[in-house]
Design a protein around this ligand. Sequence first.
Ligand SMILES: [Zn+2]
Ligand SMILES: [Zn+2]
Length: 449
Amino acid sequence: MKITYENNQLILPEINCQCGIEHQQPDLDVYIGEGVLAGIVDYLKKRKLGKKALVVADQNTYRVAGAETMRLLAAGGLTATLCLLEREGELEPDEAALGEILLAMDPEIDFLVAVGSGSINDLTRYVAFHTGREFVSVATAASMDGYTSVIAPLLARGLKVNKTATYPQVLICDLEIIRHAPYDMVISGFGDVIGKYIAKADWILGRIINEEPYCPVAADLVSQAVEKCLQQFEGIKNRTPEGIKSLMEALILSGVSILMLGHTRPVASIEHNMAHFWEMAKLLRGEKAASHGTAVGVGTLYAVRFYSLFLEQDWNELELERIRQARPTKAAWEEGVKDAYGEKIGSLILRDNPKEYIDWPEQERRLQALVRNQRLIKEELAFLPDYETLVKVFRELGSPMTAAELGIDQETLRKSLLYAKDYRERYSVFKTVNEAGRLEEFVDRILQL
Ligand SMILES: [Zn+2]
Ligand SMILES: [Zn+2]
């Protein structure tokens, strides 16, 4: 499936796939290109969004794109009201910010415009959803794949909550604006993208071992874009229009694949679990966590090393009886999860994943599937980049490569490598190796590399 453009509008491919998963055709217009913000009024008219807009920005995004958005809307004969979320430090997606947007929502407002990246989009998508309005997103950075998300991660009394919301009808990615975003946002976006390699590998593994539903169209859509990003990494580093375009494209197509399938399987697996684990560990200590994508990028490097050990292994010589005897009891495993995540979060994870602990017949079935299919697995996972290639790219980009660089100590890292797999039921290579009784050994080996 080829990605094409018509006057800077990304043509989302018609989904024609017999994989058995129910697909949704996302209903949104995406514009990517230099200077595309100038076309905003036309894009809005095409969607018949109305005349009165509430523009949500913080002082930074107002400066880089908000003021121009207001000017363009007024020049196009629309009424634009500004909701400026001014903060001393970073804007948090909390009750105060939501309240400010709601207070600015007069009944005659027809639609909202989010000018920004993560938090501003999440706040706006939540208010749009609950006030029954559409919204438009003006992207200011290629830092994450959540522009088209329907989930808003917000803060309620300081705790992170994921709330149901909506995606924008129009997404405007003006490369002139996005190119000039702070460089660490580029690093973050690249990390989020490079993690898709692991997501795909784990998904294929789940398909082969557990007959998990797999959509080749969604998988290809994402990997095509990710591949292009890796080839373009110098352009990304130098923030050329071409390079940033490939990054933005990969992030958006990742988001679109989630909309297509209604879940994040094509774009997130163990590397995201690791990033969440580290984020939670930091928050528990009252420290600030690294940005999402940067942590995902680091997690990807550990997972790639893990995969290379997995793929060079001969799985024919599994001693099933020894593995069976060494299996932890359910209680022991639950203790381990609570110890790794802390009592509170650990208990929630156990509650939300009731089928996570498998019995021996199921484990044995999976192991037999591994032995039987190991050649196929090696063939199908040959697309994974090797560790050295990725390290070279990360180094060139100046991206963090180790958990230590994210402020994660060695013990927390080891726990995350052992228990990130249990964060959700989603199957990953860490589960395969665990079920084969080799997880601790593999973890110790990658920590020594
Ligand atoms: Zn992500
Ligand atoms: Zn499909």
